[in-house]
Ligand binder design. Structure first.
Ligand SMILES: NC(=O)c1ccc[n+]([C@@H]2O[C@H](COP(=O)([O-])OP(=O)(O)OC[C@H]3O[C@@H](n4cnc5c(N)ncnc54)[C@H](OP(=O)(O)O)[C@@H]3O)[C@@H](O)[C@H]2O)c1
Ligand SMILES: [Zn+2]
Ligand SMILES: [Zn+2]
Length: 351
C-alpha cells in the first residue's frame, strides 16, 4: 500500500545504541488518523524492548508508546477527531474488535492486540513502529482525546505509566477506605501514587532509596518504607489492601506479601519472567491473599483516566529531553536517575 517515509529513532540490534532511521507510515485509509507527534514519553518497556530483555524483539525497533500529537490528516470515515485536534495514542494501535475481551473494553487482553511498536502491521506487512518518530497513522478507535487544560509533555506518560497503574486501582476498587502501597518510585510508581491519592486512598511507598522520601511525600504519599530495612518492613505487616509492584527486574515478592492484610492483593505490573525465590504459598493461604498481574488498560479505560487527569489536574513529573539524548536517558533510567519520566520533545527530531 502507498506510504510516506518519515524520520524516526530506533535500533537494529540489542547491542546497538538508538540512532536516526527512516520508516514507512501507511497512507491514511478511511478510518485512519495521521498524527504529527509533539511529545513521546520514555517507558522502561522501551528500554527492555530495544535491548531484547524479553527475548521476543524483532528488529529494527522504534520504541515509544506514550504519544501526544496534533491531527494532520483524517480518512473520509473519521468522525471522532478533526484536523488540528490534540490527541493521544498509548500502547495499543489495534485489536480484533470482535472477541469477548474487545467487547468488554479489555482490548489489551485480546489475543490479536497490536502493540504500538513490536506488533504486526498488517497494512505494511512489517513491525509496527512507535512514537520516537515524526508522525504515526492510527485507526480512530485507538486515538484518544486529550483534556485541554493539561501540559502536553506532562500528559504523555499517562498513556502508559498512568493507565498501567490506573487499571489495577480501578479493578480492585481503590477508594477512600483503601490502604495502598506502591513498590518503586519511577515512572509507573509516581503515577500510581498520584492516582491512588486522588482516589482518596491512604498511600505508602516502598523504595530502596532514602533519597526519595521527600519527593514521595510531595507527591502525596502518607508513608515511605525503605524496603531493604527489615525493621521498617515489620512496621507495616498485615497493613495493605493492595500493592502495585512496579520493579522492572527479578526480586523477592515474599517480604511484600507479609504486608498484605486478609484478602489483600499484590499486583505485579513491572517484572515479566520467573521469580527466584519463588512465592511462598503459606502466607497466601493463611490470609486468602492473592498475587496478580495486570497489563496496561483498555481504550475506554484510558480515556476515563485522561478525563480524570483533566478534572483533577494530574500530569506526570517530567524531564523533557531532545531525541538525540535518548541513549543517555536510557542509562540514567537504569540508575533511577530521573524525576520521574523522560519525555522527548519531538521537535528535536524534525530539526
Ligand atoms: N504491566 C504493564 O502493562 C506495564 C506497562 C508499562 C511498564 N511496565 C513495566 O514496568 C516496569 C517499571 O517501568 P517504569 O517505566 O516505571 O520504570 P522506572 O521508571 O525505571 O522505575 C522503576 C523503579 O523500580 C525500582 N527499581 C528499579 N530497579 C530495581 C531493582 N533491581 N530492585 C528493586 N527495585 C528496583 C526503582 O524505584 P526505587 O528506587 O524507589 O526503589 C525504580 O525507580 C518496567 O519493567 C516496565 O517494562 C509494565
Ligand atoms: Zn510503557
Ligand atoms: Zn479481540
Amino acid at each position: 500500500m502507498s506510504h510516506t517515509v518519515v524520520k524516526a529513532y530506533g535500533t537494529e540490534s540489542a547491542e546497538a545504541e538508538l540512532k536516526q532511521l527512516q520508516i514507512n507510515r501507511r497512507a491514511v485509509t478511511e478510518k485512519d488518523i495521521e498524527i504529527d507527534i509533539l511529545y513521546c514519553g520514555v517507558c522502561h518497556s522501551d528500554l527492555h524492548f530495544a535491548r531484547n530483555d524479553w527475548g521476543m524483539t524483532q528488529y529494527p525497533v522504534v520504541p515509544g508508546h506514550e504519544i501526544v500529537g496534533k491531527v494532520t490528516q483524517i480518512g473520509s470515515g473519521v468522525s471522532k477527531h478533526k484536523i488540528g485536534d490534540i490527541v493521544a495514542v498509548g500502547c495499543l494501535v489495534d485489536s480484533c474488535r470482535t472477541c469477548k475481551n474487545c467487547k468488554d473494553d479489555l482490548e489489551q487482553y485480546c489475543p490479536e492486540w497490536v502493540g504500538t511498536y513490536g506488533g504486526y502491521d498488517k497494512h505494511l506487512d512489517t513491525n509496527t513502529h512507535g512514537g520516537y518518530s515524526e508522525t504515526i497513522v492510527v485507526g480512530e478507535a485507538f486515538v484518544l482525546s486529550v483534556p485541554k487544560n493539561l501540559d502536553l509533555a506532562g500528559i504523555a506518560p499517562v498513556l502508559c505509566a498512568g493507565i498501567t497503574t490506573w487499571s489495577p486501582l480501578r479493578h480492585w476498587n481503590v477508594g477512600e477506605d483503601s490502604k495502598v502501597a506502591v513498590i518503586g518510585l519511577g515512572g509507573l510508581g509516581h503515577m500510581a501514587i498520584k492516582l491512588a491519592v486522588a482516589l482518596g486512598a491512604d498511600v505508602t511507598l516502598f523504595s530502596r532509596s532514602t533519597n526519595k522520601i521527600e519527593d514521595a511525600k510531595a507527591l502525596g504519599t502518607h508513608q515511605v518504607i525503605i524496603s531493604t530495612d527489615e525493621s521498617e518492613m515489620e512496621k507495616v505487616l498485615g497493613k495493605f489492601d493492595m500493592i502495585i509492584d512496579t520493579v522492572p527486574y527479578e526480586h523477592d515478592l515474599n517480604p511484600y506479601i507479609g504486608t498484605l492484610n486478609t484478602n489483600g492483593t499484590l499486583v505485579v505490573v513491572g517484572y515479566l519472567g520467573p521469580l527466584d525465590p519463588m512465592v511462598m504459598t503459606v502466607p497466601l493461604i493463611m490470609g486468602r491473599k492473592s498475587v496478580a498481574g495486570s497489563l496496561i488498560g483498555g481504550i475506554a479505560e484510558t480515556q476515563e483516566l485522561l478525563d480524570f487527569c483533566g478534572k483533577h489536574n494530574i500530569t506526570s513529573d517530567v524531564e523533557v529531553i531532545n531525541m538525540q539524548e535518548i541513549n543517555t536517558a536510557y542509562e540514567r533510567m537504569l540508575k533511577s536517575d530521573v524525576k520521574y519520566r523522560f519525555v522527548i520533545d519531538m521537535k528535536s527530531l524534525k530539526s
